[in-house]
Design a protein around this ligand. Structure first.
Ligand code: KG4
Ligand code: ZN
Length: 335
């Protein structure tokens, strides 16, 4: 079985081949656009669509060539159909449908958030039910997952997503795109609890499992206005306190939800799940008597990628069969 996955929901164009169960399950080519968007301080949707249009046929050809696979060898084509930037989604989606139609292959649409939610299940034996913590640029949510097609969202962000708070925090600190990653790298070098930083506020919103990250972002803005970091070291120290405040809330809320819903496994996904401090904090929770099992995707499956689209496409196809190949792209949008 070979699944071709295509991802174009935001500013990364990615295509991957997935061979479920084989030793080398994935091969992938990714084309990142942050250098195109950096001068504007954020993703410009029109520029994103144009870059996807240029990249997607080229990287698909490159992927097939480097993997020694012909289009006729592919058994299933999966593409992200939302949520994301509409123009960007249309590029990947119509390309995928065109390929499927011309090569006579089944096509399956994939929800990007579900792909993050189940990404780690492609590489790990995960027992259901589990608690999913999805932390991407636009979404932060907790879900109780009973099977590959049965889950319930129990908490979501009421304002900024965790990734968004990291990206905006990077902007406040004058760091270039990709902001969240650049901020995380500074935080790794910095020290927590120094006079350069502060204990940034945590919003727990008890007893709800919802999140709020706009307060911590505003606190960073005021802190930096009053105490502009005078050195790279000071900046790294502020970054360390800021990242700590965000990761602390994510870990505590996920653990509380797992306990309340009596599940023993937490599965993390989305770009923020690549964060080293988050992994460390969760590791501390997976030791001891009533330890929780915390499962992370490998790094290539964390930030936007096509591996997870192919893997989720295969899961959906097994349950529901092929999707619609009609020309009305919007009819296949799930969100
Ligand atoms: O899942 P993702 O790649 O794209 C979306 O679906 O949005 O997530 C992107 C988010 C960004 O907000 C970025 O700040 C964050 O992931 N991110 C990180 C790291 N790498 C990316 N956050 C913390 N630590 C990182 N190493
Ligand atoms: Zn994503």
């Amino acid at each position: 079985m070979i699944v071709l996955g295509i991802e174009s929901s935001c500013d990364d164009t990615a295509v991957a081949l997935y061979r479920p169960g084989s030793e080398e399950q994935f091969s992938e080519v990714v084309s990142r656009q942050y250098q195109i968007h950096d001068p504007y301080g954020g993703v410009v949707p029109e520029l994103a669509s144009r870059s996807h249009l240029e990249a997607v046929p080229n990287i698909t050809r490159e992927l097939l060539e480097k993997s020694n696979v012909k289009l006729s060898d592919v058994d299933l084509i999966a593409a992200t159909n939302g949520p994301g930037l509409t123009g960007a989604l249309i590029v990947g989606l119509t390309f995928a449908k065109g390929l499927a139609l011309s090569a006579g292959k089944p096509f399956v649409p994939v929800n990007h958030i579900e792909a993050h939610m189940f990404a780690a299940t492609a590489e790990n034996d995960v027992e259901y039910p589990f608690l999913a913590l999805v932390i991407s640029g636009g979404h932060t949510l907790l879900a109780l997952v009973r099977s590959t097609d049965d889950y319930e969202i129990i908490g979501r962000t009421r304002d900024d997503a965790a990734g968004e708070a990291l990206d905006k925090g990077a902007k406040i600190l004058g760091l270039p795109m990709p902001g969240g990653l650049n901020l995380a790298l500074r935080a790794e070098k910095g020290q927590r609890g120094t006079p350069d930083g502060t204990r940034f506020p945590r919003a727990y919103l008890k007893p709800s499992f919802d999140f709020s990250f706009s307060g911590v972002k505003t606190a960073l803005l005021y802190h930096v206005q009053k105490n502009p970091p005078k050195s790279e070291e000071a900046l790294c120290n502020v970054a360390a306190d800021y990242v700590e405040a965000i990761m602390d809330v994510l870990v505590k809320k996920a653990v509380r939800a797992a306990r309340e819903f009596k599940v023993k496994t937490i599965v993390v996904g989305g770009g923020v799940s690549s964060n080293s401090r988050l992994r460390e904090l969760f590791k501390n929770r997976s030791r001891g008597k009533d330890a929780l099992k915390v499962i992370f995707p490998s790094l290539p499956l964390c930030t936007d990628n096509a591996r997870m689209i192919a893997a989720r496409g295969f899961q959906v196809f097994k349950k529901k069969g092929p999707g619609d190949l009609g020309a009305d792209v919007f009819s296949t949008f799930v969100n």
